[in-house]
Design a protein around this ligand. Structure first.
Ligand SMILES: *Cc1c(COP(=O)(O)O)cnc(C)c1O
Length: 365
């Protein structure tokens, strides 16, 4: 029973966060990014709720993720952002590939003709992220070639920002300008509407000129902004674990591997059923707080594989079986994924995916 942490996912916060998004983007249609198991929140449950809330399209990284959603009965349009390897599954599961090279487009075209099907595709333009996509100089000619390939229906154009979360907006604006010009060129040549989308969470929250026809946020849906400012977003995930034992140790006692924590006074140490095998980073050793009985207390010593200790000397009545909050709210105290991320030099994305993907999850509606 007492194994590892459990994550509580508050699906009702999706409604709240979508409301904030729609308000800021003038009700642009939403392509919800649910890759990496919805950033550790559970892609099936989150996707179902997002669709109930009026989201039009889902985006995943890989076909395996799309398959999981289809097998759960989710029939919504689905963009596969990155992989093309499992070509048949695009046809079998009705998925939309994001294409970033001509060669792949030609292979999909041949496969579509063989199957007698028409496959919707989106093209990715590299406007400065330097990852995937047609360079803006070649995008127009390649798009026109792809648009006439039999068996393909070019429906969308996308690009991705590399630093929309910086306060210096100059590079972001440069990327928007590059995308706009490609979009305009393609629209003039093809003379039919394409769904153009570029804005991730950062751009959706901060740059109306970047929203085009649809926005493509991930993080903000889960209740975090990539900025200092949180825009009133509500996190979905909290993470709780049990206290397995409470130890009273004399001054001078070491706690955990490597004796990196020595009790400075007679101390009460709680042993918590969470460790780095649960995604609670070892970098939190002596370097994070947890909440016990509504009080913030420090992690004491190294985080172990399955266990973490906390110094609860200053909290009255802590007992075996008490609930500890590692992430989320308890009483008036809150530990956010932002706080945890900044402790260990990373971003909330990594904290959410590593903690959420390993925990047992329960859902609140
Ligand atoms: C992950 C991802 C997003 C979502 O980014 P957030 O910063 O979480 O909003 C959008 N587009 C692409 C291509 C992505 O890989």
């Amino acid at each position: 029973m007492n194994r590892g942490p459990s994550a509580e996912i508050d699906l009702s916060a999706l409604h709240h966060n979508l409301g904030i998004l729609r308000n800021l983007t003038q009700d642009r249609s939403v392509i919800a990014v649910v890759k990496a198991d919805a950033y550790g929140h559970g892609a099936v449950e989150v996707s179902r709720r997002l669709l109930e809330e009026g989201v039009s399209t889902l985006a995943v990284a890989f076909t395996g993720e799309a398959r999981q959603l289809r097998e759960a009965g989710i029939t919504a349009p689905m963009l596969v952002l990155f992989d093309h390897d499992d070509r048949d599954s695009f046809f079998d599961l009705g998925l939309t590939p994001v294409i970033h090279d001509l060669h792949t487009a030609e292979e999909f075209s041949r496969a579509a003709q063989k199957k007698g099907k028409v496959l919707p595709v989106h093209l990715k333009i590299d406007t400065g992220m330097g990852r995937l996509g047609f360079g803006p100089d070649r995008a127009l000619t390649e798009a026109v070639r792809i648009a006439v390939l039999p068996g393909l229906s070019l429906e969308g154009l996308m690009s991705h920002f590399s630093e929309a979360d910086l306060s210096d907006r100059s590079y972001v604006r440069q990327q928007v300008a590059a995308f706009s010009s490609v979009r305009q060129g393609i629209a003039e040549r093809l003379r039919r509407p394409l769904v153009c989308h570029m804005a991730n969470s950062a751009a959706s929250l901060s740059l109306l000129e970047a929203v085009f026809d649809a926005v493509r946020p991930g993080l903000l849906l889960y209740g975090y902004s990539p900025f200092e400012e949180q825009f009133g977003l509500k996190p979905l995930m909290s993470l709780k674990a049990r206290i397995l034992a409470v130890r009273d140790l004399p001054a001078g006692s070491p706690v955990s591997y490597g004796r990196t924590f020595i009790c400075k006074r007679p101390s009460r140490i709680a042993v918590i059923a969470t460790g780095y095998a649960d995604g609670y980073s070892r970098l939190f050793s002596n370097n994070a707080d947890v909440l016990v009985r509504g009080t913030r207390v420090p992690v004491a010593g190294r985080v172990c594989m399955d266990l973490t200790m906390a110094d609860v000397t200053c909290v009255d009545g802590v007992a075996e079986g008490d609930e500890v909050v590692l992430l989320g709210r308890q009483g008036d105290e809150v530990i956010s994924a932002r706080e945890l991320a900044s402790r260990i030099g990373t971003i909330p994305y990594e904290v959410l995916t590593s903690l959420g993907s390993r925990a047992r999850r329960t859902y609140l509606n």
